[in-house]
Every structure is written in C-alpha cells, then in structure tokens.
Design a protein around this ligand. Structure first.
Ligand SMILES: Nc1nc2c(ncn2[C@@H]2O[C@H](COP(=O)(O)OP(=O)(O)OP(=O)(O)O)[C@@H](O)[C@H]2O)c(=O)[nH]1
Ligand SMILES: [Zn+2]
Length: 335
C-alpha cells in the first residue's frame, strides 16, 4: 500500500553525546511583525550563556545588513546565515531557505553549539519546524529544541482577531498555537486589563505552552534555551504538534507581500511621519539611522555605522502589507 505522503518519517532523536558529533539544538523564534523577535535574539546574544550561538535571520532586502552588524558586533565571534526573502511569497521561501541556511551553517560545525532561527513575522513556524522532521540528514546534525513565539502586547489582540479571507490562516494564531514558550512583550505599552484579556486569549489558543511577560524581550535565558520540548520523554512530540499544521491550509495569507524601494539622497526627518521601516540617511547626521514601525508607532534608532565618504547615500524602505486585489496570486513572476 502507498504510504500517505503527507506523513513524513519521524527522525529519531539520538542520545546526546559530547564532541563534534553532538546534535546542535535549534530554537525557532517566531512572532508577528514587530513583536520583538530581533530584540529577543539580540538580548540572548548579549546575555551570559556560555554558548557559542549561531543565528539565522530573515533577509528583508539589504536592510537587514544592519541587523546583522548589530548582532555580530554585540556577540563577538558569531556565525550567521541569512534567509534570502526579498519580494515575493513569504511562506514558500522560508522552508527551503531555512534548510539551506542550516546546511550552510553545518559546514562550520564544531564552531558553535546552539542555533537561533528567527522567522519572518508572517511565517508559519510549523513549516519551518517540519523541516527537522522530514530531512533525515539534517535530523542527525540538529534537533529542534523549541518554538518561542513573541507576542506584541499592544497589537497582539488586533493581530489575533483580524478577519482573514475565507480559507486563510491567521498567522498570529498559528504562531501561538505552536509555541512551547509564548512571550507577551511590550508590556510597558498596555494596562493590566488589556494584559488580562490578551493572556486569556493566548491561553485559549495554546493551553500547554508556558507564557511569560516581558519588556524589550528581556527574559531569563533558562526559560528560552534548552527547553527539550520535543524529547520523547517529556511533553508533546513534534509529530503530534504538527498535526495542527497538517490539517490546515498549506499556505498562509497570500494577500500579504513585501516590496522594497530604494531612493537616493537624504530625507527630511519631519517628512518621515508615516509607517515605514528601513535605513535612512538623515540630513546633518553622521550615522545611519534605522527606522522601525508597527502600525502608528515607530522609532528612529541611530546606528553605530557611519556613511562612508564615497558611499552613495541610499534610503531603503521595505513595505510589508496587504496585496492590492488586482495583483495575481503568485508574486514571484512579477519581479
Ligand atoms: N515599547 C516597547 N518597544 C519594544 C519592546 N520590545 C521591542 N520594542 C521595539 O519594537 C520594535 C520591533 O522590535 P523587533 O525586535 O525588531 O521586532 P521583530 O519581531 O524582530 O520585527 P520584524 O522582524 O520586523 O517582524 C523595535 O523598535 C523595538 O525597539 C518593548 O518591550 N516595549
Ligand atoms: Zn506560499
């Protein structure tokens, strides 16, 4: 009889040993756009942990070269790989590229002993997690330690209750459903009754995972790393968890897409009063400025990097948003 091909073989988790053959734990950090994933990643890298951590980040256009330099400068020796996610469909590319990124990292095996993988805000962590399960070769090198979902205290409820077109998944809910640890971040932006409501909502979506509340994603690292969420003896197994994924639509909201704009020159700071994200060259400022926006909130962070004398000053904007209805389904062909 033909096997149901939706049900891949479970890769057995080997006994953990020491030395170069030991499997490397991977923690998936997910969460909706702007929730605080990169903040958590940077926090982990700068805390005391006696680990050599490699990171895999999404690449949203060239802009994340900045995020990269932030992570690297803060952590000293660091091995990083990038998920190339430019314009186009987010959920399709994340799995293939995630696999490639981990394989690339594995060529530097022995130089690190932990991997943190930050997904895009719109990724289905189930799709990323399942690559540990279906790829036997990968399964012998690494194991999935846990899925950590960062939730925006201020906008989380809005993301969770957003009506999606029929048949589409609410990514924010999926990310929480799959979490081994849910971190409700940005508690400084909400009052206690909003927290109670959101906490209740998170608990109703995920009855088993641990829930923590943070500001600036500052969390006790022992609560995040080495969770061993999928070890057979304790807790839910990955296979069971991914049932959630299997029974639902393979694709996330195709009405979302990303578009990168590049504009040479310098801009007036006063004119930046809109929801945007990117790197800017601001008049009279020596350093590159990073702009991050979530809904109507945004921040301008002066970075440590100066514009070089000969470097063309280019403003780069990455928009992530609703696809106009007249665009066809698969954006890859458009760019
Ligand atoms: N007020 C407040 N802002 C925060 C907190 N944590 C993070 N931020 C800010 O929220 C913004 C988004 O944080 P990131 O860590 O980049 O979020 P992200 O989830 O990595 O975002 P994407 O990768 O773009 O999806 C940044 O400007 C952070 O400085 C917090 O606890 N309180
Ligand atoms: Zn897709």
């Amino acid at each position: 009889m033909e096997e149901e091909d939706e049900c891949p073989e479970l890769v057995p988790i080997k006994e953990k040993s020491t030395g170069p053959t030991a499997q490397i734990p991977v923690t998936i950090i997910t969460g909706y756009l702007g929730a605080g994933k990169t903040t958590l990643l940077n926090y982990i890298l700068t805390e005391q942990h006696n680990k050599r951590i490699a990171v895999i980040l999404n690449e949203f256009g060239e802009g994340s070269a900045l995020e990269k330099s932030l992570a690297v400068s803060q952590a000293g020796e660091l091995y990083e790989e990038w998920l190339e996610l430019r314009n186009g469909c987010l959920c399709c590319s994340v799995k293939d590229n995630g696999l490639k990124a981990i394989e690339n990292l594995m060529e530097k095996k022995g130089k690190f002993d932990y991997i943190l993988l930050e997904t895009t805000g719109l990724a289905d962590p189930g799709a990323v997690a399942s690559m540990f399960w279906v790829d036997a070769e990968l399964g012998s090198d690494v194991y999935l330690d846990g899925i950590v979902t960062v939730i925006d205290a201020k906008y989380g409820m809005q993301h969770l209750t957003e009506e999606k077109p029929e048949g589409l998944i609410n990514e924010a809910a999926r990310q929480i459903a799959l979490a081994d640890l849910a971190i409700i971040n940005k508690t400084d932006l909400v009052n206690e009754s909003e927290m109670v409501e959101l906490r209740g909502m998170v608990r109703s979506i995920n009855g088993l995972g641990k829930i923590l509340e943070t500001q600036k994603s500052r969390v006790d690292l022992s609560q995040v790393l080495d969770l061993h969420s999928f070890d057979t003896k304790d807790g839910i197994r990955l296979a069971e968890k991914l049932q959630l994924v299997k029974t639902s639509q393979p694709h996330l909201d195709k009405s979302m897409l990303t578009i990168t704009f590049e504009v040479p020159g310098s801009v007036s700071e006063d004119l930046l009063n809109i929801f945007i994200q990117g790197i800017f060259s601001i008049q009279h400022k020596q350093k590159k400025v990073m702009l991050q926006g979530v809904h109507e909130l945004y921040e301008l962070d002066e970075t440590s990097e100066c514009w070089a004398d000969h470097e063309p000053r280019i403003n780069r904007l990455v928009f992530i948003g609703q696809r106009p209805p007249h665009l066809p389904d698969c954006p890859e062909s458009l760019w």
